[in-house]
Design a protein around this ligand. Structure first.
Ligand SMILES: Nc1ncnc2c1ncn2[C@@H]1O[C@H](COP(=O)(O)OP(=O)(O)O)[C@@H](O)[C@H]1O
Ligand SMILES: [Mg+2]
Length: 313
């Protein structure tokens, strides 16, 4: 079932670009990934078949792999298990199938933990113009999409609306505190290193990714770095650039397994002067929607080594 938006009998905490977040109780939230799609920080009017299920189930797959390595927020991503826990959702079972994650409720650090193994996107733009990333100097003579000598942790602020802004690590320390900043960087590196080694075995380069973390305070209301947890979505095609290893070639932008067909279409409209890059979004042709859906399903299959069961989604 295609889902643009949900209205569940729980308290809605937030409607993000993609997920509807509900409060379950003081300790738990329910994240529901809809089929909404955003590009260039604009949410499109159309929905992408199977996208919500792909995003939730890829995150769940990674978090199961990360069990024992990184503390994370997932309590369950199994629809029947969650419905048994929250019987009020029973009447919504069909629209919720495979897209829910029951999670530990966290206070969210107001920074996006971005890590880059390759230079691309906004990082490439800044580097090409100034030789820097978030103001910090990078080696000279890097080509577009080239692998960096080592993964670069490059945090950004979470903008309430519009584009996130790259910040220096110094700025991040001011925002979250030195202990938390150190822990967030350590965990980000750990997740990225682990994720990219698994993806590499499947012929996929994870060029970069963005993680979010939260924390729970101890009984005395104090912050303990050991109480940092990985939240939100993890190593999905919405939060990461996935490139096919086969066709990788530095010196140009790479074809990628994410919403590239959508981005390409939107770029062509912008170049033709038919879209400003802001709201309202343009209408999407059916073939662009289909190609985008196919990409999401393909990356699910490549990563997890099985197709998504689309019969009940
Ligand atoms: N365990 C959690 N506890 C509290 N908030 C969370 C948790 N996991 C994710 N979130 C928040 O839920 C929202 C997910 O919705 P999303 O559509 O990704 O929003 P955005 O448009 O901000 O990217 C984000 O604001 C994220 O910070
Ligand atoms: Mg998000």
């Amino acid at each position: 079932m295609l889902v643009a938006s949900t209205e569940l009998p729980l308290t809605l905490l937030r409607r993000g670009k993609v997920r509807d977040v509900y409060s379950v109780d003081d300790e738990r939230v329910l994240l529901v990934a809809t089929d909404r799609v955003s590009a260039f920080d604009v949410v499109m009017g159309e929905t992408i078949p199977f996208k919500g299920a792909v995003l939730t189930q890829i995150t769940a797959w990674w978090l199961r792999h990360l069990d024992g390595r990184v503390r994370h927020h997932m309590l369950s991503s199994d629809t029947d298990e969650i419905l048994a826990e929250l019987p009020a959702l029973g009447p919504y079972a069909d629209e919720l199938r495979d897209r829910m994650m029951l999670a530990t409720r966290a206070d969210v650090f107001p920074v996006e933990c971005v890590i880059r193994g390759y230079i691309s996107g906004s990082a490439w733009k800044e580097y090409a113009a100034h030789g820097t990333l978030a103001g910090e100097k990078l080696p000279a003579d890097l080509r577009e999409s080239e692998q960096l000598p080592q993964p670069l942790f490059s945090p950004a602020t979470k903008a309430e609306a519009g584009h996130d802004e790259n910040i220096t690590i110094e700025r991040m320390r001011e925002i979250v505190g030195a202990d938390a900043a150190t822990e967030l960087e350590r965990l980000t590196r750990l997740v990225y290193d682990y994720g990219r080694s698994i993806a590499a075995e499947r012929g996929i380069i994870i060029a970069d990714t963005k993680l979010e973390f939260g924390y729970t305070l101890d009984a005395g209301g104090n912050f303990d770095p050991a109480a940092v947890i990985l939240i939100d979505e993890v190593l999905t095609p919405d939060s990461s650039r996935f490139w096919p290893k086969k066709s990788f070639q530095p010196g140009r932008s790479q074809p990628s397994f994410d919403k590239q067909p959508l981005r390409d279409y939107l770029e062509s409209l912008r170049r033709a002067g038919k879209w400003t890059g802001d709201y309202p979004p343009p209408l999407l042709p059916a073939d662009v929607v289909q190609a985008t859906s196919d990409r999401y399903l393909e990356i699910f299959r490549l990563l997890t080594d099985r197709p998504l069961d689309t019969s009940s989604v």
